[in-house]
Design a protein. Structure first.
Lengths: 422, 177
């Protein structure tokens, strides 16, 4: 019996010729990612057990992305602790404030994360690794065992295949696919259980660049997918080859691989989507909600912080100003993208429009440590989800859209189909 | 480790489907207050659905649940179950709830199809979590279900992730790993 791509990755990293769903393996990861918010807990736990050295410090990527600019004394304390921890553990790959950016974005851009790789990550948005054809496994607080021993147990997940047919219309974004997909699952238009499944895309994927593939990884994560996999195109492989810091071997599913469900979605007629407050699953065509006044807007996050996302926003914002009542925060996904924004003039477009630029990282998407909303305010953003309280006040109304939809809405002051401003 | 009890014999406590961890297993304030000490959690286990549960249950008793047990995966309730010596048998759990239960050292079997139809609260049960047997002595029948995977047994035997890591460190110091 054939294997899916993720099954192949897990088999290869576990020294086995094959695995099947339900098998428990202990993969040897290509690297181990720990984000700023959990270093303190892991260090104290390991110190308490007398474990002061890591199994593979050279594999560890410590990333400051969740709370970058220290909006509190507590955050500054944590930053200082993390720097000492990195030194004590001998972690050389420490991407501190202003050094790397968003841990789910810059490794793909810079050739650290490559097709066919496997890594452990304390954070659930490790699913983004699927954008480049790799598998990131969320291990939560059990990252401490990975740091100490070099691995942890992984039960091989089942895989659900989603075949996309057709080409997106101009002005429709890959994030819109995820919103619509989530709504179809909720409404019964498609049937699959995504709990602890890998969602593997298939079909007409050549149209999706790396940023679009990251967008495809975003929403399934919010509806319990544990991994997402987008088989790398030749363009993705060319990107990886041009940036690779070590050899890599892409993986693809066998023709006779077994899937837990096999779904199909025609995207050729898809309209820009807006997810209504409460869940990514509450997606409607933008036309159904156009005109609703907004106060707050944000572009960034795991799913929408790459160069192409910001170009889409800049194309709307160029020569325009934000509506007087709207504040728009933009958090680029990486320091490299930040530099490119400056070099290619997009930074000027954002600033002229009145955008507040945040440092590369999660922005308000992490517990609203920056740029929160007030009670009763209305927000539209590219955040990973719009669960109540995501941006602070629980009674704020949080809408989600693509980067273009958010930028257009920030310009007009109300939810807007970006195609009307093109 | 040979003395670890993989077979529990005790009374059945039957719950329904879709039990959330917050509210259904322990009050939400136990979770948000980050209470991880079993003595702090035990008085509140199933408090909102079965007040006084902790005073009636005994080591070896079995909690039997329907589908989607432990939604909103958290670990607090499993800490109390492990400390009380309870077993857990579910028709299904979100994977992260299962991982949390194993990580807290709970003897747990999931994917036990239609197990709710096989027992009532108060029945005398015997469950072998190592070999996957579910026996209802009151109703006099036996079913086979997926046991704890071999690869995860050591974690449960050592009381969960913390115990496993402590044991690993002790073995390492002794030069055994």
């Amino acid at each position: 019996m054939g294997m899916t791509a993720v099954e192949k990755v897990l088999a290869a990293k576990s020294g086995r010729t094959s695995v099947k769903p339900g098998d428990v393996v202990s993969p040897d990861p290509d690297f181990i990612m720990i984000h700023d918010g959990v270093v303190m807990g892991a260090k104290r736990e390991l110190d308490g057990l007398g474990i002061t050295t890591l199994a593979a410090p050279d594999k560890v990527l410590m990333v400051t992305d969740h709370d970058v600019i220290y909006g509190s004394a507590r955050a500054a304390e944590r930053g200082a602790f993390n720097r000492k921890a990195a030194a004590a553990w001998g972690v050389k790959n420490f991407f501190d404030v202003g050094r790397g950016g968003h841990g789910h974005i810059f490794p793909m851009e810079s050739g650290i994360l490559l097709p066919g790789m496997f890594y452990f990550d304390n954070d659930r948005h490790a699913t983004n690794a699927g954008a480049i054809g790799a598998f990131g496994f969320r291990i939560g607080s059990e990252i401490s065992r990975v740091l100490a021993t070099g691995t942890n147990w992984v039960m091989v997940p089942k895989t659900v295949r989603l075949t996309l047919r057709g080409q997106l219309k101009p002005g429709v974004h890959a994030r819109d696919i995820g919103f619509r997909f989530a709504a179809l699952l909720k409404q019964g238009g498609l049937a699959a259980d995504l709990d602890y499944r890998v969602l593997e895309y298939a079909g007409d994927l050549e149209q999706f660049d790396l940023a679009s593939r990251a967008a495809l990884c975003s929403t399934p994560t919010e509806i319990r997918a544990y991994g997402v996999f987008v088989p790398p195109s030749e363009a993705i492989l060319e990107h990886a080859r041009s940036k690779a810091q070590r050899p890599f071997a892409p993986v693809y599913s066998d023709p006779d691989a077994q899937y837990d469900a096999d779904l199909k979605m025609d995207i050729s007629a898809l309209e820009p989507q807006v997810s209504l407050p409460g869940s990514v699953e509450n997606a409607v065509d933008v036309s159904e909600i156009e005109g609703l006044p907004v106060d707050h807007a944000f572009i960034g996050s795991c799913g929408s912080g790459m160069w192409e996302d910001l170009v889409a926003a800049a194309n709307i914002l160029k020569g325009r100003r934000l509506a007087p009542n709207v504040r728009l925060f933009v958090a680029p996904g990486s320091e490299e993208t930040n530099r490119r924004l400056a070099a290619e003039g997009l930074l000027g477009i954002f600033i002229e429009a009145g955008v507040v630029m945040l440092p590369p990282g999660c922005g308000p998407c992490n517990d609203a440590v920056v740029g929160p909303v007030h009670s009763g305010e209305v927000s539209i953003s590219t955040a990973t989800n719009n669960n109540a309280g995501r941006f602070g006040a629980k009674d704020a109304k949080l809408y989600l859209g693509s980067p273009a939809t958010v930028a257009a809405s920030a310009v007009t002051g109300k939810i807007t189909d970006a195609r009307t401003l093109a | 480790m040979s003395e670890f009890q993989w077979i529990l014999k005790g009374r059945c406590y039957k719950l329904g489907h879709d039990v959330w961890h917050a509210g259904g297993v322990v009050p939400n304030w136990v979770i948000t207050g980050r209470h991880f000490d079993p003595k702090d959690i035990i008085p509140h286990l199933f408090e909102e659905t079965d007040p006084g549960f902790h005073t009636r249950c005994k080591p070896g008793d079995i909690i039997v649940t329907g589908k989607n047990f432990g939604m909103g995966p958290k670990m607090n309730g499993y800490i109390a179950m492990q400390a009380l010596g309870l077993g857990l048998v579910c028709e299904s759990m979100p994977f992260l709830a299962y991982r949390a239960a194993i990580g807290c050292g709970v003897r747990v079997m999931t994917d036990c199809v239609n197990v709710l139809d096989l027992c009532e609260t108060g029945d005398e049960l015997e469950v072998n979590f190592r070999d996957g047997f579910f026996i209802n002595h009151t109703k006099d029948f036996r079913r086979e279900y997926p046991p704890v995977p071999d690869a995860l047994m050591e974690i449960v035997e050592l009381g969960g992730n913390a115990g496993w890591l402590k044991d690993w460190q002790e073995k390492r110091r002794a030069g055994a790993v």
